[in-house]
Design a protein around this ligand. Structure first.
Ligand code: UGY
Ligand code: MN
Length: 248
């Protein structure tokens, strides 16, 4: 069905909204029976890449030279590391440190959010180790004392990690308490529900399946609308000095 050239997708200098009608699939090196919807990457100024991997049964991700985080949206995968295989089901996730040889193979058709970022080491800290867990095992905390807005920190609160990935759940009517503007950039996948996202000087209706990139200091605010909670998975760079990105 053609929509006469209309879409909610929008690309602006400091943010990007991608809606499912405008997704284009590609195969990244090493992928088998799997395709990628690349949502954002350095070509747009981001310092990480995020894509949704769409697996057929027995499909497989390709390799990466960066650290990798996966979150299973739908289906289940086996994460194979050093001869050990762990099943990761829906809402499960894995953090795979840079340089750790691994395979991610689908048990069944499914969708997995993949985030990759070159690791920024710190002199006095060992790099993080492999983590395999499930969101259900993580305690949630209210944001800014608002019980209607709950955050789960999927990675440990440790300086060795140079990024964070959280889930945020808003009850209908809940919102961020302020318009945030910060040095971190975000990659965001709407998992459930929807609402209105302010990005820069625009207000966008958003719904499950949408992807948003927010560049550094992009003004951002979200309010949940509808009869079901809104939930998203959100990445941010974290724990590093603002000058750490400069070439030496
Ligand atoms: O962690 C965050 O900066 C988060 N509160 N931002 C957002 O939801 N847009
Ligand atoms: Mn933010």
């Amino acid at each position: 069905m053609h929509n006469l050239g209309r879409t909610r997708s929008s690309q602006q200098s400091n943010h990007l909204l991608l809606t499912a009608d405008s997704f284009v699939r590609t195969t990244l090196p090493g992928m088998k029976s799997c395709s990628a919807v690349v949502h954002v990457g350095p070509a747009l100024g981001a310092r990480f890449t995020e894509y949704t991997a769409e697996f057929e049964a027995a499909g497989e991700l390709g390799g990466t030279t960066a650290q990798r985080f996966i979150f299973v949206i739908e289906g289940a995968v086996q994460v194979q590391v050093e001869g050990k295989s762990s099943e990761v089901r829906a809402r499960g996730y894995a953090y795979l440190p840079e340089g750790l040889r691994h395979r991610v193979v689908a048990n069944q058709a499914g969708r997995v959010a993949v985030i990759e970022k070159p690791y920024q080491a710190l002199d006095s800290f060992e790099p993080p180790r492999l983590i395999i867990s499930n969101e259900d095992a993580v305690c949630s905390q209210p944001l800014d004392d608002d019980p209607a807005l709950q955050v789960k920190h999927l990675l440990p609160d440790e300086m060795s990690f140079d990024f964070a990935v959280n889930t945020m759940v808003y009850q209908p009517g809940a919102s961020l308490s302020m318009v945030e503007m910060h040095v971190m950039e975000h990659g965001l996948i709407m998992l459930e529900g929807g609402g209105i996202y302010r990005l820069g000087d625009s207000w966008y209706p958003v719904t499950a399946g949408d992807f948003i990139w927010m560049g550094p200091w992009c003004p951002q605010w979200f309010g949940a609308i509808g009869k079901v909670p809104a939930k998203y998975l959100i990445y941010k760079n974290w724990n590093r000095h603002p000058l750490a990105d400069l070439p030496r």
